[in-house]
Every structure is written in structure tokens, then in C-alpha cells.
Design a protein around this ligand. Structure first.
Ligand SMILES: Cc1cc2nc3c(=O)[nH]c(=O)nc-3n(C[C@H](O)[C@H](O)[C@H](O)COP(=O)(O)OP(=O)(O)OC[C@H]3O[C@@H](n4cnc5c(N)ncnc54)[C@H](O)[C@@H]3O)c2cc1C
Length: 467
């Protein structure tokens, strides 16, 4: 098969590349290869079964059209300070302009016009004051909240737009490897398989946008084809759940509080991430059977709780420089202690040095929204440094949000964010291999829906301008 542009991965980075290319009048043929299903065929069986069924060959939460975005609650972070390091590659002003433009596209496709966290009210000022007193930085970030159900409708409309405009989307088709011209070191496409046969797809431009789940695979390709890259950061942490009454002021004033601290004694960066007022803690399963915790919220269906992640960044240099492997081992050990599930422990039990028992969970005001999480001892698997960072950060958070460090506060583990293996590129997204571009979370430059979409928009423009 021959095409002009071959995009691997129909997550936000991949689909916004195609979308902006078309909007800019690009006329060349695009083939979009996606190992999951069309958005209308994605369904997580957990709604019926009440528990994760570990779907094979692919998890419906993270694969299929719109990638990990479709089943997320679609919180679009509208500040260049949030969502990854892309601004350091393309410039902060360019990044902000592209965010504003991309936000406009989301609005055109039906996003809610309301934006949370715009006002600098007396409440926000009071929160910032408490953050300063606790030694934490409050990052300003307006949020457009799509909601899981709305996000699916919106991405369905984009899927139809791409199909109507001639993009050929190959669903249930996995990219296995690249086609590389040995003579001039140029990438000339990919090899893909749909379970029955292998197909070579030749293209002038190959764009890899395979998301977090594709990060391991891309790392192997980097080694095999000498694609210049550098080990990046991996985040290890916990998902914290409290009653929404505790977070009420912050939820109302900011919807999402982005707080950063450098707690003693290690002074590593620790931050909050992905806050879900009235949300649900969820489980994701990676290809290698690793079960990790996440969180989301629905526009209509609300729980009594608020969850958010607390993450510690980890970098490695010499002699060990493989952060993904390190985080995987932490995850595997935690899964082992929970018999393949997510571990949950009360904060007070951690301070008391005891495990949590299942029956003890029922004694609290707080009921876990992930019922198949297993009560136990996350400190038995969490590295000492990360655990101390988390404990001290939670205690600092308690000064901003009184009650956050309560005995009953729940900590779920493992919460792992893999965005290491950063692909070296110039600001036109050229890798060290000609004809090959890497976008989105798998490139190591983004870590969120908006920033991944922005990277796609810029790629689409670059391709259209080349014509
Ligand atoms: C539960 C959950 C909630 C989230 N909530 C938010 C949120 O509220 N706000 C936010 O900003 N971010 C959120 N995120 C993160 C956000 O979804 C990602 O940052 C974003 O989707 C990254 O976009 P991407 O295009 O780089 O990759 P992805 O969205 O991961 O898409 C990559 C696509 O590539 C496909 N793929 C992978 N490997 C191959 C291959 N070899 N061949 C073919 N196809 C392949 C995958 O199936 C997938 O569809 C959430 C993530 C999850 C999992």
C-alpha cells in the first residue's frame, strides 16, 4: 500500500494532525493506523460486570479512535504550563497560541463553552495564600471540562469529519515496525498487521503517535533504528481519594488545583495531577498485565468523593538509565501484593505503620469508588524516597485543604505515568531519521489531551505548508 502521510495512533496527537492538515487545505493522501476500534465500537465491559475484565487484545479504555482521550473525562488544560514540556521545544508563546487555536476546534466540535478556574476570586486568593504558607506553588490553569460522555460524542464527530474528508482509517491494525531505507537512512513507511496479514505501508511522512501505551514499543524502535532519544522522567505516586466535602472550596474555586512542592528531606518535585471532583477511581491494564490506577469523572454521574494523583518525578543517569523498567517493577510488586489488582490503604494506617484491612474501609465516611481495589500495605512496595515525598506532600496539602491528611484518606497504588524516552527533534518535529516524526505522549513531549492535540495541530500545519 502507498500513501503520502502515514499516521500511527488515532489518539489526539494523531487525529489533530490529520484534522489540521485538512483544515489547511492539504490534498495528500493520509492513512491512519489504529490498533483499537472505531470510537462507536469502544465499550468498557466494566459498566456491566462491575469489574475490569482485562480485555484482550486491547483495553478499550486506552485504545481505539481518540486514544486514551475518549474514556477520560476530557479535562482540557488551557495553559502552556500544564501538559508536558512541548513549550520548551516550540516556545511558550507559540504553545499558548496553539492551545487557544486548538481549544477553538474543540468548541467547533461541540465542547462545553464553560471554563473553570478563570476567576481570581477571594476564594482563589485564600487558597494561594495557604499554599504559600505550606511551601507549595499554585499553578494557574483554566480547564475546559468535556466529561466522559461528551468527549465520546465530540471525538465521534471528528472521526466522521476525517472519514468524510478522505482519511483512510485502518482500525484493528497494529504497526509492528518501521520501513527504513538503509542507503539514505530515510523512513519510508511502516509494517502493519491486522491479525490476518502483514501489510507494508509506504509513505513520504511517517508519524508515530502511539501514546503512553506505545512508549515501550517506541523505545525498542529507537534502539533498533538509532532514533536519537534521551531517557526522560517517570512519575511514581498514588491516587488519593477523599470525601468531596473536604475538597469543596478548592473544587468550587478551581475545579482542579495544580500544586507543586519540593518537600524535605529530598526536595524532589512532587505535584498534584488529574483532580476529579465527584469522580471515580479507575483501573487500567497495560499489555504486560500491569494494573495501574487512574481516575475520571462524568458530567452527569457523580460520586461523593474527589480523587487526584500525587506524583513524584524520577530521573536516572549512570549506571542505570531505564526509568520505564524501574516504574514497571514498582507496579509489578504492588500488583503482586494485591493479587493482580490495585492496592488501597488509609493514610492513617501508613503513618501508624500497619496495613489496612478490607473491613476497616467500611468504618470510614469515605467509601472507595474502586470497589475491586484490595486493602493492604502500599508501603511494602513503594520506594522509600517516593513514599516519604508523598507523605510529606500530603501533610503540606493539609494546610491548603484541611482534612486532606485525615486518617481515612485513601491512597491507591500503583499510579504510574510513563513519559520517558524523549525523542530528540527540532521544532518542526523532525527526528534524526528523515521522514519520521514522533508526536504526543509516546514522544515524551506531552502528557495531556490538549498538549497532545496541539502537537498534532502543529504537525498538520507543517505538512500542509510543505506542499
Ligand atoms: C483514564 C485516563 C484519564 C485521562 N484524563 C485526562 C484528562 O482529563 N485530561 C488530560 O489532559 N489528559 C488525560 N489523560 C491523558 C490523555 O488521555 C493523554 O495524554 C492523551 O490521550 C495523549 O494523546 P496521544 O495522542 O499522545 O496518545 P493516546 O491518546 O494514548 O493515543 C495513542 C493511540 O495509539 C494507538 N496505538 C498504540 N500503539 C499502536 C501501534 N503499535 N499501532 C497502532 N496503533 C497504536 C492506541 O491504541 C491509541 O489509540 C487521561 C488518560 C487516561 C488513560
Amino acid at each position: 500500500m502507498k500513501t503520502d502521510i502515514c499516521i500511527v495512533g488515532a489518539g489526539p496527537a494523531g487525529i489533530f494532525t490529520a484534522l489540521e492538515y485538512i483544515r489547511r487545505g492539504g490534498k495528500q493522501k493520509i492513512v491512519l493506523v489504529e490498533k483499537g476500534r472505531a470510537i462507536e465500537q469502544r465499550a468498557c465491559p466494566k459498566h456491566q460486570t462491575g469489574r475490569c475484565m482485562n480485555c484482550k487484545p486491547n483495553c478499550h479504555i486506552t485504545t481505539g479512535f481518540s486514544g486514551a482521550g475518549a474514556f477520560s473525562d476530557g479535562k482540557l488544560s488551557l495553559s502552556y504550563e500544564v501538559g508536558g514540556d512541548l513549550p520548551t521545544l516550540i516556545g511558550e508563546n507559540t504553545a499558548q497560541d496553539l492551545i487557544d487555536y486548538t481549544d477553538g476546534i474543540y468548541l467547533e466540535f461541540g465542547a462545553d463553552t464553560h471554563i473553570e478556574g478563570l476567576e481570581n476570586t477571594e476564594e482563589v486568593k485564600a487558597i494561594r495564600k495557604r499554599a504559600i504558607q505550606a511551601g507549595l506553588k499554585l499553578v494557574d490553569c483554566p480547564i475546559r471540562h468535556l466529561g466522559t460522555e461528551k468527549a465520546q460524542e465530540l471525538y465521534y464527530a471528528i472521526e466522521q469529519y476525517l472519514l468524510e474528508n478522505g482519511v483512510e482509517i485502518l482500525f484493528n491494525t497494529e504497526c509492528e515496525t518501521l520501513l527504513l531505507d538503509n542507503e539514505n537512512g530515510r523512513c519510508r513507511g511502516i509494517v502493519a498487521a491486522d491479525g490476518k496479514k502483514e501489510t507494508e505501508i509506504e509513505a513520504s511522512h511517517t508519524i508515530i503517535a502511539t501514546g503512553r501505551r506505545g512508549a515501550d514499543w517506541l523505545e525498542k524502535l529507537c534502539a533498533e533504528y538509532s532514533i536519537a532519544h534521551q531517557p526522560g522522567t517517570v512519575d511514581i505516586g498514588v491516587r488519593v481519594e477523599v470525601r468531596s466535602e473536604v475538597m469543596e472550596t478548592v473544587n468550587r474555586a478551581l475545579y482542579e488545583s495544580k500544586l507543586i512542592g519540593y518537600p524535605k528531606p529530598f526536595k524532589n518535585k512532587v505535584r498534584t495531577f488529574c483532580q476529579n471532583p465527584g469522580g471515580f477511581v479507575s483501573q487500567e491494564n497495560y499489555d504486560n498485565n500491569l494494573a495501574v490506577v487512574n481516575g475520571h469523572s462524568y458530567k452527569e454521574l457523580k460520586s461523593d468523593n474527589t480523587n487526584l494523583a500525587i506524583l513524584c518525578s524520577h530521573n536516572f543517569s549512570v549506571p542505570f538509565n531505564q526509568p520505564i523498567e524501574y516504574a514497571q517493577k514498582v507496579g509489578e510488586l504492588t500488583n503482586m501484593l494485591a493479587n493482580g489488582h490495585i492496592l488501597v490503604q488509609r493514610f492513617g494506617d501508613i503513618l501508624d505503620g500497619k496495613r489496612t484491612w478490607q473491613k476497616e474501609l467500611m468504618r470510614s465516611n469515605l467509601r472507595p469508588t474502586l470497589p475491586d481495589a484490595v486493602a493492604g500495605d502500599i508501603t511494602a512496595a513503594m520506594p522509600y524516597r517516593a513514599m516519604i515525598n508523598i507523605i510529606n506532600f500530603i501533610q503540606a496539602m493539609d494546610q491548603v485543604v484541611p482534612g486532606f491528611a485525615s486518617y481515612e484518606t485513601l491512597l491507591y497504588s500503583p499510579e504510574l505515568k510513563f513519559y520517558s524516552n524523549r525523542i530528540k527533534m527540532d521544532d518542526l518535529f523532525n527526528t534524526s531519521v528523515k521522514g519520521l516524526h514522533c508526536l504526543g505522549d509516546s514522544s515524551g513531549w506531552t502528557r495531556g489531551l490538549m498538549m497532545a492535540s496541539v502537537m498534532g495541530v502543529r504537525m498538520g500545519r507543517i505538512l500542509a505548508e510543505e506542499e
